[in-house]
Design a protein around this ligand. Structure first.
Ligand code: NAI
Length: 487
């Protein structure tokens, strides 16, 4: 490490002598990594400042998790209205107003942003709006301002940006990204989404519920490639019912504009050239760490071996020990809750609460919530992953159609799958696809994080009638003991 990269105490001492404010911690980025780290720093008694160029809350709150969940909840409501007859209710036609949906979404986002602003004030965290620039190690400037921010420790929490699709036509201004899809300026009569990952599939269901004919073009042999095939099949069944066409093993090669202002996607599918004509095309092919936000070289901050994220140790310290990184910019797990967890680790280490080897983000313990129809909740190993690792596992599976609460709710598609290590009997993975799967997930997360064995898990009594009984039954099914289901 270059000694210039360590914030020198004489720089700080001089600043203090000259009556300048020296922060214990400066944080760049106000998303789930940055603002949560700021709160924990303040709770730890550290003088903290946060610099954010846009609104507090980051991508998750302003252009990701929260606005999409507002739309997912509207899509779920529309789906139920369409199925009203199943509940014995007749509805004589209904309409939605795109303008009102948009307004409502913005109100929800704004109220949550205000919530974070309140938390910043309550915790006496200085918030500066503007683009942070690294002046020298220990000193930041803010674009367009004379102000200098001196700090002892810095947390980089600059997030991620959407990856571009390197094919002809994909950079045309009328190609939509998740930002434009969220704006809901129109619901086109047809939409092709290139990329059947989490973002692509969530938007596929939202737009289908709003009445758009949706096509998903996915390069891999399966949409939502990380989950098991039986989980993806459950989602594909609902997609089919909602009129969503899913094209797997389909690589988009080029996007053209037709003479009547439609879009034609040229693709290779199962070694054949095919094309698809739609009104609009959206791209959701992943996100990449935002490494261009500040001058990392000036800070002496190194990248990981793949050069696609900031290299951090288990306490989120970069190659410069006074600079930490948390969230998507580390490219460890690009999920908001993982980012917040990393932010807390960094804040606690700065406060001397964690030793150099403690903490760390255990990727296997990060749950994942996917808001398709039905929802998916996942934690730990999938069945295919365990098998690929040649791990000897027990697998238990229980369908919601054998769960009385799900049947009563008339929402019984899907299942719970639990896997355990055969030798240690520890539960090492769970996937839930079905009603409220993303909420039920936390029960499984508790079992897995606490390294619960099958035998300990069997001791838990689940209330009846609840959806969570399906988790208990899946655990029993690992040894053929499920009560309400016979294969
Ligand atoms: P993703 O990596 O989940 O999916 C992108 C998909 O695009 C992949 O399945 C890939 O095979 C496909 N693809 C790439 N190039 C293609 C081509 N030329 N033709 C056809 N298909 C192609 O990325 P996504 O959905 O954009 O999400 C980005 C990040 O945001 C992920 O890290 C994700 O974990 C996170 N996220 C998570 C959410 C959740 O868990 N609910 C919600 C939103 C985002």
């Amino acid at each position: 490490m270059n000694s210039d990269t360590v914030v020198k105490s004489d720089v700080i001492n001089k600043a203090v002598q000259e009556g300048e404010t020296v922060y214990d911690v400066a944080i760049i980025g106000g998303g789930p990594a940055g603002y949560v780290a700021a709160i924990r720093c303040a709770q730890n008694g550290l003088k903290t400042v946060l610099i954010e160029k846009d609104r507090l809350g980051g991508t998750c709150l302003n252009a990701g998790c929260i606005p999409t969940k507002t739309l997912v909840s509207i899509a779920g409501f529309l789906n139920r209205l369409n199925r009203a007859e199943d509940y014995g209710i007749s509805i004589q036609g209904f309409q939605y107003s795109l303008e009102k949906i948009r307004e409502r979404k913005q109100q929800i986002v704004s109220s949550l942003v205000q919530g974070i602003e309140f938390l910043m004030k309550k915790n006496k965290i200085g918030v500066i709006q503007g683009k942070a620039i690294v002046e020298e190690n220990g000193v930041l400037a803010v674009e367009g301002s004379e102000e200098r921010i001196r700090y002892k420790n810095l947390i980089l929490a600059t997030g991620s940006v959407a990856s571009s699709l390197p094919i002809p036509g994909a950079d045309a201004p009328d190609i939509l990204g998740s930002q434009e899809l969220l704006e809901l300026s129109e619901v086109p009569e047809s939409l092709a989404i290139i990329g059947g990952g989490v973002i692509g599939m969530e938007f596929a269901f939202i737009y289908a519920a709003l009445g758009c004919k949706v096509h998903v073009v996915e390069f891999m042999p399966q949409i939502l490639n990380l989950v098991d095939a039986d989980v993806a099949s459950t989602v594909k069944r609902t997609a089919r019912k909602m009129g969503i066409e899913i094209l797997e093993s389909a690589r988009a090669l080029a996007i053209e504009t037709t003479s009547d202002d439609h879009k034609r996607i040229l693709m290779e599918r199962k070694e054949r050239q095919e094309s698809l004509v739609v009104r609009k095309v959206a791209v959701a092919v992943g996100r990449r760490a935002n490494l261009e936000a500040v001058d990392l070289e000036k800070l002496g901050v190194a990248l990981n071996d793949h050069k696609n994220g900031i290299l951090v140790n288990e306490v989120m310290q970069t190659s410069n020990p006074t600079v930490y990184a948390a969230g998507d910019v580390t490219n460890q797990v690009m999920l908001a809750h993982a980012a917040s967890h990393q932010g807390i680790i960094a804040a606690d280490h700065i406060a001397g609460k964690l030793s150099g080897k403690a903490g760390g983000l255990e990727k296997q313990l990060v749950p994942s919530a996917i808001f398709t129809f039905p929802e998916i909740g996942h934690i730990g190993h999938t069945e295919k992953e365990a098998k690929a690792m040649n791990r000897d596992v027990l697998v238990g599976k229980f369908p919601f159609r054998a769960n009385s609460k799900a049947v009563a709710m008339q929402d019984a598609a899907g299942f719970v799958k639990v896997i355990a290590d055969k030798a240690t009997r520890e539960i090492i993975g769970a996937t839930i696809v079905g009603p409220d799967a993303t909420e039920l997930l936390s029960l499984a997360a508790n079992l897995i994080t606490c390294r619960t064995t099958i035998d300990q898990a069997k001791e838990v009594i689940y209330a009846h009638p609840t959806l969570s009984e399906a988790i208990s039954e899946a655990i029993l099914d690992m040894e053929g003991e499920a009560i309400h289901f016979g294969n």
